[in-house]
Design a binder for this molecule. Sequence first.
Ligand code: EPZ
Length: 415
Amino acid sequence: MDTLKVQGGYPLRGELKVQGSKNTVLPMMAAAVLYKGVTVLTNVPMIRDVYCMIHILETIGVRVVFSDHCLVLDASSLQSGEIPLEDVKKMRSSIMLLGALLGRLGEAVTSYPGGCSIGKRPIDLHLEALRAMGADIQDDGICIRAGTKKLHGARISLRFPSVGATENILLAAAAADGVTVIENAAREPEITELCLFLQKMGVRITGAGTGMICVRGGSGLCDTSYQIPGDRIVAGTYLAAAAAAGGDVCLTGVYTPYMTSALQVFRDCGCDVTWGKEHVRIRSDRRILPVPMICTSPYPGFPTDMQSPLMAVLAYADGISVIEENIFEERLNCGAQLCRMGADIQITHNRARIIGQKELKGAWVEAGDLRAGAALAVAAAGACGITKIADPGHIRRGYEAIDQDLQMLGGKVWW
Ligand code: EPZ
């Protein structure tokens, strides 16, 4: 078990370029399977989920070269649609390959994906949509076998704007005969970026970033290169660390129009936050203000991935705040670990009531999932003493170098 150590009490100062976006690059890696040629992705974060996806792609016959944040994928000799089950269990994004493999090969074998334990995380929306597009999917609760002579376009209305389901449908629709219309599509930046990438590959798509996306499948694809945008959640995590520890931090390499709701919340917390298109600066030199109510919701609302880091910041507020988690039913678990550091957080159903404390103290805590682990580092940065975060591998799935990054800003953080 890895342990991330943080010695609190050091304000964060300086400038840092943010890593590429995990949740943007993973569906693009799956999209590369659609094309019998070469795809080049740059600014790719060197994180565990990317290496896991690389292992899956190599296992099914994609040739991969990954060095210095540049990923070259050659899917011209793709052989198999059978995804290694041990990899499927490691991350949610493996399910993205279902649509891409059905589009490319007409077959796929996978299982229920793993990933952060933040709720049930069903895949019913994915399977319903692919069946509507002509896939025959046998699911015995463990193994999922899918096949099709040829996918065809369909009008799909999602009961929830699922990010993953929208991505899976986009990849399947790119190869399907005819037109696919996705109603109530997810509008997250990761969807917009995936649509821009697919368009660059040669896929005809309209409505990117809106709730109604239209794809005309079957067009010829081409060699494509694409730069992955900065990770908006990693950027938000580091802003949270600066808010908790105090200081003056400037982050670059991140497209701030994708972060508006989170940036506004840091202002509501009393931080001085200014930004341009590709950079954001936060100054925090006074006690955090409470936020009476913040609700997570689909984009452009406050992102669920920022909920735990914000909870860590509000643990220091001069008053009572309430966070309502509306996306994942088990994503407030970070509260119990923060209480081990002296926070006063009461969880009832999907709400956390946070009675801010002037001070938290270093403690032994455990990362329950990726963003909860990062949130504990946020809280530890402002705490008195050393916090030891036992981590069974969550943090490194999404943060390339949280220790070095925070050290660059004057923090005392080490594995
Ligand atoms: C993606 O997960 C992200 N993961 C998550 O980030 C992020 O929190 C989430 O989108 C919401 O923005 C990746 O991109 C790899 P959903 P995903 O499908 O696709 C329900 C992180 O920390 N649902 O939008 O799984 C589901 O149970 C991770 O980087 C169904 O009911 O999110 C949940 O309540 C964590 N049936 C809600 O929709 C389905 O078939 C949102 O899920 C699919 C989803």
